[in-house]
Structure formats: C-alpha cells, structure tokens
Design a protein around this ligand. Structure first.
Ligand code: ATP
Ligand code: MG
Ligand code: MG
Ligand code: MG
Length: 475
C-alpha cells in the first residue's frame, strides 16, 4: 500500500523534475493578511507573486500546504464526519506557474501525474471545465483523450475562481474520479448536480487569466498563471482503495486508538463513527494550530481553536470518554506526522499541556450544560416546538462555555434547529454592554489597553513557552 507520506513525496518530486521549486508549507496563520482567518489553499503564500507585487527567483513552484477550512469564508466544519471527503485541517498538494506555463502544461502535468505516476484508471476519470472555456475542453480531449460524455461544462459556482471581488481571476477545471455506482446518492446523482461522494473531486486547476475591475470588466492578464490544488487525504483514499479519507493511513491510527480507549468499534454504528471521525479530524487541526502559535482564547483564531477542542471533547463524551483524552490523540498526531512537520515536535510538550488544561476546564461545565440543554429540548418538545431559542444557546455559551457548534450538534441529533440569528443578537448585545462598562470607568482604560496589547502579542508572535503559559492563564 502506498502511504500518504509517499504520495506527498512523489508529488513534490514529480513537479521538481518538471522544473518546479519545492517550497515549504507556510503557516496556518497567513502573514500580513488580516483579511484571511486561516490559510485555506496553496496559493495563499503566493498571493503577492500572482499580483506582481512580489518577485521570487523561480517561476514554477510546488508545495504541500497546511490548510484550514473552518470559521472563515470556506467553512467545512459542518461537513466533517458527515461526508467522506471534508476536513477542517488538510494538506493541499499544488503546482504553480507565475506567468510561465499555462493551460496546456497544467492539464498535461496533472493527467500524467495521476495516470502514469499514480497509475489511476483512465476510464474512471472525468473533467469539468468552465462553461465558456472551449480551450480547456479541447485540451482534455486532446491530451487525456477524454470522450465528450466525460467532460462537463459547469457554471461560475463550480468552475470560476477569483481572489476577491476585484483582481486576478479565471476559469478553473476540476478532475474527478468515479468511485462507483454503489456510492451513488440516487437517480439525481451527477457531476455538478449533487454533492455526494460518488464523483469525487480530487484536483482543481485554476487558470488565472483575467484582471477584474470594480465595474466587473475583465481584462486579460499580460502573464496568465496557474494555481492548482489537490487534497492529499482524497488522493490517498483513492490510491489506497478506500472510499473515505478517514479510512486512509492518515486517520486510521488516530481512530483506532480513540476507539480502543472508549471501548467502542469503528464501522458499526453511524453515531459512533461520526464521533470518531470528528475526533480524528479535530485532533489534527488542534495539533497543527497550536504548533503554529495559535492559543485558545475567546475570540478570533484562538476561539476557533477552543471551539474545536470543546467540540471534540463533547463527541468524546458521546462515546463514553469522561476524562481528558484529546491531548493524547494530539500527541499521536505529533508522533505520526512530526517527521514531515517538525514544528509539531518542537511544540509537543507545550501543546499537550494546553489541550489537557482546556479539556479539564470544559469538563467541569459540560455535564451541567448538557443537562440544561436536555431539559430545554424536552420542554420544547412538549410545547410542540422544533427550534432552540437564541437565548438558550446564549445562556449555554455564557454560563457553560458551549460554543454554538455543540448546541447545533446536540439539537440536530434530536431533530431540532437552533435560532442562530437570535444567538448572534444576544452576543452582540453582550459585547455592547461590556464596551459600555469599560468606557464608563476611566481607571480601567489602562487595563483595557494592556489586555489589548497582550492579546495582540499572543495572536501574532511566538514569544516562548514562559510567556505563552502565563498569558494563557490570564485569557
Ligand atoms: P468540494 O467541492 O469537495 O467541497 P472544493 O471545490 O471546495 O471541494 P477547492 O477549493 O477546489 O475544493 O480545493 C482544491 C482541492 O482541495 C479539492 O479539489 C480537494 O481535493 C481539496 N479539498 C478542498 N476542501 C477540502 C476539505 N475540506 N477537506 C479535504 N480536502 C479538501
Ligand atoms: Mg468545498
Ligand atoms: Mg468543488
Ligand atoms: Mg474545487
């Protein structure tokens, strides 16, 4: 069996042979880019190069990029554990051309990597292109020999990419693999129509071709570029002959240890399966976030981290784990992936302490909060209602530290929805109350500034374990 680590290596080496510079993954916190919560694609570290604002001494690059899709514009949190292909944290393999090669080579490299290097069966591969992109359509016919019925023309939503409302943009083209009719979601199952796992999207090739201005006019770029992304977990599943990313070697060890610890079996009961997958997924995200200097807190990136820890902890409770356990799973992530990502080893001891402390803290209020939520659900049910009011979600947040995700998870499993808009209103009102309280007393002005400074420091700089530990106690 080819391991995920081998696939990563083969990808980078293949593109190195085609003249690409192997560039290290950038951290999960984008540098100098407050507009972005987390690095969510391989191109993020090259944004300025694509815009012509930064020059490198290479025009072709290849990376395996750490990505997070949670809490920002791309948010896959709700999908995790429910689809076989989505994670919060994943690795994106990519090749990039900065004004060098364009569509023809991009299609050719990708096709040859999949079919020659990895030996995927040609007759199960499909491509999608942007509706108007005849050029890409023809290339798939010519280079890959794909017949018309295996090339789909799709619209903006699936096959047009842009960095923002203005700036570089262009059509993209995706490569999908048919996993077989047993994976089909029903008679509607088709590329571009359903979202199921039968036609698995493995690779997205973005053709950066235009510059869009504020009025929406698109002018061709003088030097069109290439940006591609393929999820390592997905291609590993395909190469390892399994239908879920969670059955690859990237997850199987994490899931096995957690299942053994809880005394449950993976693969028998859907509720237990989801819990084990979520824990496997979140343990990786948590380990990599801490390794990149993010600390649990009540806002911004730190709150996303805290939410993931608490959500994983609640899923642990669901399978009977009562004591802190996630810290141990994180330490397994370190031993399994630390050789490829040394920052994991470097922060391991500290990481384990922080996660354990977070679990212990939340452990003291989780039961009380769950009991309250249970009571609420029962009385709602009695009253024939199906929506948890925003005020209840807020109380769970405010008194018991429940992130909204947990309320959603529990409510949904019982057939309820949650009034999230109402919850947000309560949050906003609380923010305004505390702002008013600060500005009312002049003496706290210094304290407020001190807290702001501390928070800024914690968010942006890794200032050593001593400082991190003491600030994490204050937060
Ligand atoms: P999907 O349609 O399956 O949600 P996407 O179109 O949002 O994927 P892209 O933004 O095109 O994904 O990202 C490029 C590649 O990264 C995808 O083709 C896929 O292989 C991988 N990928 C995207 N999102 C995830 C995720 N949440 N977890 C794991 N891999 C992902
Ligand atoms: Mg997506
Ligand atoms: Mg897609
Ligand atoms: Mg895509």
């Amino acid at each position: 069996m080819v391991t995920a680590a081998e696939i990563r290596q083969r990808f980078l080496e293949y593109f190195a042979r085609q003249g690409h510079e192997i560039v290290k993954s950038s951290p999960l916190v984008p540098k100098d880019d407050p507009s972005l919560l987390f690095t969510n694609a391989g191109m993020v570290q090259f944004k300025k190069v694509f815009l012509g604002q930064d020059k490198r001494n290479y025009v072709r690059a290849t990376t395996s990029q750490k990505c997070l899709r949670v809490g920002g514009k791309h948010n896959d949190l709700e999908n995790v554990g429910r689809t076989a292909r989505h994670h919060t944290f994943f690795e994106m393999l990519g090749n990039f051309s900065f004004g060098d090669y364009f569509k023809r080579e991009a299609v050719d490299f990708a096709w040859r990597f999949l079919t020659e290097e990895l030996g995927l069966p040609k007759d199960r591969l499909y491509a999608s292109v942007y509706r108007e992109d005849d050029e890409a359509y023809e290339l798939w016919k010519e280079i890959a020999g794909l017949p018309d019925e295996r090339i789909y023309r799709l619209g903006e939503k699936d096959n047009f990419w842009s960095m923002g409302d203005t700036g570089p943009c262009g059509p993209c083209s995706e490569i999908l693999i048919d996993q077989g009719s047993h994976m089909s979601c029903g008679p509607e199952c088709e590329i571009g129509v359903c979202e199921c796992d039968r036609f698995l999207e493995i690779w997205n090739l973005v053709f950066m071709q235009f510059d869009r201005d504020a009025s929406g006019t698109m002018t061709p770029l003088p030097q069109p570029s290439i940006d591609t992304g393929m999820g390592l977990e997905r291609i590993a599943a395909v190469c390892q002959g399994v239908y879920s990313n969670f059955d690859t070697d990237l997850f199987s060890g994490l899931i096995r240890t957690t299942a053994e610890r809880a005394g449950v079996v993976y693969g028998k009961d859907e509720e237990i399966n989801t819990a084990l997958r979520v824990i496997g997924d979140h343990s990786r995200a948590v380990a990599f976030m801490l390794a990149d200097g993010i600390l649990p807190s009540n806002e911004g990136r730190g709150y996303v981290l805290r939410r993931l820890i608490r959500r994983a902890f609640r899923f642990g409770r669901l399978i009977g784990l009562r004591d802190p356990f996630l810290f141990d799973v994180c330490s397994q992530v370190v031993s399994e992936m630390g050789d490829d990502y040394p920052e994991l080893h470097e922060t391991a001891a500290f990481m384990v302490k922080v996660v354990r402390q977070e679990e212990e803290r939340f452990g003291t209020t989780l039961d009380k909060g769950l009991a309250l939520l249970e009571e609420e659900l029962e009385s709602l049910q009695g009253a024939g209602q199906t929506q948890v009011p925003g005020g209840v979600a807020f109380k769970l947040y405010d008194t018991f530290g429940f992130p909204i995700d947990i309320v959603n998870d529990v409510a949904e499993a019982r057939g309820f929805t949650v009034d999230e808009a109402g919850f947000q209103e309560h949050m906003q009102a609380q923010k305004e109350r505390s702002k008013a309280a600060w500005s009312g007393s002049g003496a706290t002005d210094m304290a407020a500034r001190f807290v702001a400074l501390l928070e800024a420091g914690v968010q942006s700089d890794f200032v050593g374990y001593e400082t991190l530990q003491s600030t994490s106690r204050i937060a």
